[in-house]
Ligand binder design. Structure first.
Ligand SMILES: [Zn+2]
Length: 298
């Protein structure tokens, strides 16, 4: 596939009604349509609607791709959103909608799923129950392999020919608490490592940090507040636990990310990252008990 004047040469282009100003895209945002799944239904709506929404690409469940906005023009796909401290992701992102019914409810005690508009889907359409912190509990439809293959081919084309692109995220990541697309079955880490050539940020953090000496512990020092423990060392929506003040924790790794020192610690049976400034070293006292020394920097 080649891109000329922001338009891919070998997919259908039907111009959206709502096309904004010129942009330099740095991010790809992947969405679900949360809509009926027949070919063309979601694409027709996205192309022309009174709600002023639009998107660059729609990928049907059979892998058919339609482009509706040139990649260097703004589409209205993300709404209120932020990415690494910047708000309004429409101004620097390309949106891709995957046709998918979104969150389904269980139909009674059956293995069928009911969509928000009342349509019922059989288990054979690829339904799986899953729950995550970002999505809550639900019944979800798997993305067909043809649809994922089309997405990967499109991403490879975009990242090869749009040099300003740097990252791939989902709508729930840039609009946490407000949006849950893509669904929990979306193979995000696989696609990120395939296209970006690196793994999930938590794996990356491991690779970029250093092991500490065995037995190193710290005591949380937050003057009474709890401290967020995070899946990887950044302030993105990735909190996996809240650690009470004065808790003593084993430290596994130490690294510097985003101009801050971070520690990988173990709390509540899981590993997570905390900002090192809120943890003080612990030294063993004469009796051999670990003692917090929050007022003294060793
Ligand atoms: Zn979305």
């Amino acid at each position: 596939m080649a891109i000329k004047n922001g338009i891919l040469n070998d997919v259908t282009f039907r111009e959206a009604r709502h096309i904004g100003e010129r942009i330099v895209p740095e991010l790809v945002v992947v969405h679900d349509t949360a809509s009926r799944i027949e070919n063309g239904k979601a694409a027709d709506y996205l192309r022309d609607n009174a709600a002023k929404v639009s998107v660059h690409f729609v990928i049907e469940m059979d892998g058919t791709i339609e482009q509706q906005v040139p990649v260097d023009r703004r589409a209205n796909h993300a709404g209120k959103s932020h990415y690494h401290g910047r708000s309004g992701c429409n101004h620097f992102s390309i949106g891709i909608e995957l046709v998918n019914p979104g969150k389904l409810q269980a139909y009674g005690n059956s293995d069928q799923g009911v969509a928000w508009w009342g349509e019922r889907f059989p288990a054979a359409s690829g339904l799986i129950d899953a729950e995550t912190q970002e999505h809550g509990a639900g019944r979800w439809m798997q993305y067909p392999s043809a649809q994922i293959a089309a997405l990967i081919e499109l991403l490879q084309t975009l990242f090869a020919q749009v040099p300003s692109l740097k990252d791939i995220r989902t709508h729930w990541y840039i609009s946490p608490g407000r949006k849950i697309d893509t669904n929990p079955l979306f193979p995000l880490s696989h696609i990120r490592s395939l296209i970006l050539g690196r793994d999930d940020p938590d794996d990356m953090a491991d690779a970029l940090s250093d092991e500490v000496s065995p037995g190193e512990t710290v005591v949380i020092n937050t003057h009474g507040d709890t401290l967020n423990m995070r899946r990887w060392p950044s302030f993105n929506p990735n909190v996996v636990g809240k650690i009470p003040d004065e808790t003593i924790l084993p430290v596994l790794r130490r690294g510097r990310f985003g101009h801050r020192d971070w520690l990988l610690v173990v709390y509540g049976g899981q590993e997570g990252w905390i900002v090192a400034a809120y943890a003080d070293p612990v030294e063993e006292n004469a009796a051999g008990f670990a003692m917090g020394v929050p007022e003294v920097q060793l």
